[in-house]
Design a protein. Structure first.
Length: 149
């Protein structure tokens, strides 16, 4: 018996070419509206873009904020820099939620603790210190070959 896919044998394989209909599985796909209900935003891309632009313009007006405008953007030199820059440290992790960021930080802390523990075991001579998966352990020290006798 010749093994093919897991759990099958050559005798289970169909003879001759397999049609696309035999190899494919159809699954229904439901698309959700980007903005909300279809009554809220019409479906054509251009109308949808105009709808989103109006929403943001209304929000900026309500917050008392403006935009630079096309003429002002074209007047600026392309290599100019802002007068003031926000200086903030880069986040250790980019995550969608605080919970996800906290979970990543916890996992990283555990990983680093396991790595440090394995590094200490390596320092005291343990030949199999058990570094965590996905880590790059330091190289083992060179031990010259000694001839028996």
């Amino acid at each position: 018996m010749t093994a093919g896919r897991a759990g099958t044998s050559a005798s289970d394989a169909p003879e001759g070419p397999v049609s696309q209909e035999d190899a494919a599985t159809r699954r229904p796909v439901t698309f959700a509206s980007i903005v909300g209900s279809s009554s809220e935003a019409p479906g054509t891309p251009l109308v949808l873009l105009e709808f989103i632009e109006r929403q943001h313009a209304d929000r900026r007006r309500a917050e008392g904020k403006g935009v630079l405008g096309a003429k002002a953007v074209r007047r600026r030199h392309p290599h100019s820099r802002p007068e003031k820059l926000k200086h903030s440290p880069a986040p250790r992790f980019h995550a969608a939620t605080k919970e996800a960021r906290r979970a990543l930080a916890d996992a990283y802390r555990e990983f680093m603790a396991a790595f440090r523990e394995a590094a200490e075991l390596l320092k005291i001579g343990d030949p199999e210190p058990g570094f965590p998966p996905g880590s790059f352990p330091p190289g083992m020290p060179y031990v010259p070959h000694q001839a028996p006798g």
